[in-house]
Design a protein around this ligand. Structure first.
Ligand SMILES: [Zn+2]
Ligand SMILES: [Zn+2]
Length: 140
């Protein structure tokens, strides 16, 4: 089995030479009971580990690992949608995004949260801390 970077290079080479093409979406199916040779890395594929593109004229058999790299390099993998920790709405890829302790926020939402934290810090010093509790309910 090739390493990840070797498989990646194989895919890039294959796309450059025309041996591979850009996959539009995930079409491969597992094929039971056959062995084969991988279209990406040219190494043999053991019986029970063969994946096969179902929409090609002649069968194209691939390792799952090689297929995943091929899909990825083709851009057929959409990145996971990212939602804001504060407002729970989607953060589009081009939007300003802040990641704090592994949690994503809209740039504006994070700024708002910091403002709120600052004002809560002030009100906590005063006796009336119920006000900030009500604010939390308004902005879950
Ligand atoms: Zn392979
Ligand atoms: Zn947000």
């Amino acid at each position: 089995m090739l390493s990840a970077s070797q498989i990646r290079n194989r895919v890039l080479q294959g796309l450059a030479t025309g041996h591979l093409w850009r996959l539009a979406d995930d079409r491969a199916k597992a094929r039971e009971g056959i062995s084969g040779q991988c279209h990406v890395c040219d190494l043999p594929i053991r019986r029970g580990q063969v994946y096969d593109l179902s929409d090609t004229k002649s069968p194209v058999r691939i390792h799952l690992e090689c297929y995943l790299f091929w899909l990825h390099v083709s851009g057929a993998y959409q990145p996971e949608p990212i939602t804001c920790t504060l407002c729970r709405r989607l953060i589009p890829p081009h939007a300003e995004k802040v990641t704090v302790e592994g949690e994503p926020y809209h740039g504006r939402c994070w700024a708002r949260r910091q403002e709120e934290a600052a004002s809560e810090g002030q009100s906590a010093a005063q006796p009336g801390s119920q006000r900030s509790l009500r604010r939390d309910v308004m902005f879950p």
